[in-house]
Design a protein around this ligand. Structure first.
Ligand code: ASP
Length: 411
């Protein structure tokens, strides 16, 4: 579908769903039809999440083979990517935990069952047991170190992430240079992106059904809270994109922040309009070489890796959105929950493809990690498209700063 029409179409279908619910509240067949469509949409989403994250993470980690070959450049780039993604999630979490304008005290919605039949507790990733550190660690290890096939079938997020990372690492360390396996995994990941793309194409229909169903249960204050969530995400992303990343660029290259932002403005604007780090890659490559003075050998390694594995804006968004939904549905987070959100948001941003709404699968991983019903994502989908634009711009900016870091530390 023409992406120019997609965003307005989604918006229109959400409004239509809402209007239909208000104007035709007692029509039984419409209620049943939208229930069926909503179930089909969520089931299709659930169908693709686990394989998408699994294959794209394995393919991503296998790219480390290249970093093994590239030695210092590889370690500097990976250390930079992990550090800045960690900083981004921390910024998101700190802001959202200390400033959550939508509710003075959680929960905003008392009855989480309005979202469907997934019970929050049964989906909880880490069972805190009797609350002691021992039982917490014990349960955590059991969830992490598990047969990956079981993890996939049970949608055990931690098990999937840990399994994929270990398989990818083992492959990166053992496979010969001319092995076909990395290519196969990369292609399998592409297949799952395609599947996710198909599911997202049905988003206008899914969203009509979701908003129809939600409108009967959720009032105006929830919509206002969603608007505030968007505001908080926007402010935090702006802070990371206009302060943190330019400051790193300045520290490593001496370019003043305005000079840096001007130099990277073209790829950032392209990312804003395409919502795709992957589509922006060619422009990022030429910008790194012509405007940032980073040679081709470095940029050709740092940028493609970044377009799939380094997503600061995405990780930040996932952290904030998970806490928002936890507040909203009265899911108690505690320290374990916050740590789980931090880890899963970081890792799932590594596994997210650089395509529009590519992080929605990972977002569901984060929700599952703390026991928020998957159906809660219906609320996020209402504001997802506009938020994707500027988080993608910051994702791309982070990759370009990575080039400057690589230039400085591998000279
Ligand atoms: N659209 C983002 C990107 O391409 C991924 C996402 O956050 O959905 O970087």
């Amino acid at each position: 579908m023409n992406s120019r029409w997609f965003a307005p179409l989604i918006f229109a279908s959400a409004i239509l769903g809402w209007l239909a619910a208000v104007a035709l509240p007692d029509i039984v067949w419409l209620d049943q039809l939208t229930q069926l469509l909503r179930t089909a949409f969520f089931s299709a989403l659930k169908m693709v999440i686990a394989p998408l994250i699994f294959f794209s993470l394995i393919a991503g980690v296998m790219q480390l083979r290249a970093s093994r070959q590239m030695g210092r450049l590889g370690s500097v780039t990976i250390a930079y990517y992990l550090t800045t993604t960690g900083i981004a999630v921390c910024i998101g979490l700190v802001i959202v935990l200390f400033y959550h304008p939508w509710t003075a005290f959680p929960p905003l919605i008392e009855d989480a069952s309005v979202l469907g039949d997934v019970t929050a507790q049964s989906a909880r990733l880490i069972d805190p047991g009797d609350g002691s550190t021992f039982s917490l660690l014990n349960n955590l290890l059991q969830r992490m170190l598990i047969n990956p096939f079981n993890a996939l079938s049970e949608m055990n997020v931690l098990g999937i992430l840990v399994g994929a990372i270990f398989i990818g690492l083992a492959a990166a360390m053992t496979l010969p240079e001319d092995s076909a396996v990395p290519k196969i995994f990369d292609e399998l990941a592409q297949v799952t992106y395609k599947l996710a793309g198909w599911v997202l194409t049905t988003l206008p229909i899914g969203l009509f059904a979701i908003t129809f169903q939600l409108a009967q249960k959720i009032d105006f204050s929830t919509l206002a809270a969603l608007g505030q969530l968007a505001g908080v995400v926007f402010a935090a992303t702006l802070f990371h994109g206009l302060i943190v990343l330019p400051a790193i660029a300045w520290l490593v290259s001496g370019m003043n922040p305005l000079q840096f932002l001007r130099a990277v403005s073209q790829p950032m604007i392209t990312a804003l309009f395409t919502s795709s780090s992957a589509a922006t890659l060619p422009l990022s490559m030429s910008t790194a070489q012509t405007k940032l003075g980073v040679d081709r050998a470095r940029s050709a390694f740092v940028l493609p890796l970044g377009a799939t594995a380094n997503m600061d804006g995405t990780a930040l968004f996932e952290g904030i959105a998970a806490v928002f939904l936890a507040y909203m549905f009265g899911v108690e987070l505690g320290v374990t929950g916050i740590v789980a959100i931090f880890l899963v948001a970081m890792l799932s941003s590594v596994g997210a493809p650089g395509i529009p709404s590519g992080s929605m699968a990972g977002m569901q991983m984060v929700l599952l990690a703390v026991g928020i019903p998957l159906e809660a994502i219906g609320l996020l989908l209402l504001i997802e498209r506009p938020l994707d634009t500027f988080r993608t711009a910051v994702n791309v900016e982070g990759d370009l700063v990575g080039c400057l870091v690589a230039k400085r530390f591998t000279a």
